[in-house]
Write a protein that binds this ligand. Sequence first.
Ligand code: PMP
Length: 396
Amino acid sequence: MEFKFAKRMSYLKASEIREILKVAESPEVISFAGGLPAPELFPIKEIIEVNRRVLEEDGQAALQYATTEGYAPLREWIANRMNSTRGTNFDADNILITHGSQQAIDLSAKVFLDEGDTVLCESPTYLAAISAFKAYGCKFREVPTDDCGMIPDALEHIIETTERVKIIYVISDFQNPTGRSWSLERRKRLADIAEKHQVVVIEDNPYGELRFEGEALPSVKSFDKTGCVLCLGTFSKIFCPGYRIGWIAGDKRAIANYVLVKQGADLQCNTIAQREISKYLELYDIEKHIEKIREVYRKRRDITIKSMEAEFPQGVTFTKPHGGLFAWVELPPHINARDVLVKCLEKNVAFVPGGSFFPNGGKENTFRINFSNMPEDRLVEGIKCLAGVLKEFYDN
Ligand code: PMP
């Protein structure tokens, strides 16, 4: 059979890094590579209880088809939570439940992008968002980004000089891959610029709840006067990613279009999963659960940063995130992180080289470190080993 694949398949290619990192899945590897939450924090006992309660109380409805928009009490909880933690003004009808926030990215592309449109993103940005957008034949423009977010004048200049800018994709808190967050001022400016130029902002925020220090900042959405900002959220990092339950929140006219494309994609999200999460929120204190996650990750962040400070050779710089799962390392320009990875894998240590987080290529002297998924002693051992390999590159 000679398959005649769609043109979009030519936009996508298997990541060579993913192939290399398959070896990182074996238990002896100290892996800083994935973005996995700590599985020992999944509330399994409580989930057994909510599963039983959901099935006993309304098993037939829990196992039946349901509306595309999602389970109403869950949508209402999400709207209330966002209003109290992010400064938004949503009600349940502003929310569509999606298969993780990843599906919300894909649906965003489907709703807004025609082939040849341009997506603006931070530099660097989330790898799987690049893949999702790419499948719709878009171009990327990376907006110069510093420790406080995109640089507003640069953003505005790019919008004014680039044709068909349709989406500005940002991760406002503890960004993947850098761990950086947007300042309050930049959030306001982004909302103003998007409004002025009538461009949609997709504000992706899977990590905002995982703040270890400092004051939570309102979302970009809270400064939006015309509905141009759409927010993505997820239960993956505050509950369990295996449920695959996330959401998109925004202007009802936009949400109506997302509902249409979701009907074609999968009709709806898993009914019982939505009801189980909703029952969990009713029976247990998620605030306490999130605090437990923050505590564990805060310690892991501290030990990882401390070890990098103590062990990494001079000239290696890294972010010190105030929350989330990731730190970002920059090596001197002559060192390629892919070469470092090959050497590290020989010693059973893995991470993700930074080059693939730049949609138009670049910065091969960078890499991402995940600190949420391993106990502290393994983090220390891994950083020591990584530092040893880095020193070899300095000696050459
Ligand atoms: N956005 C960002 C920035 C992410 O880092 C991730 C997952 N790591 C996602 C979206 C997707 O998460 P999920 O589909 O599990 O909600």
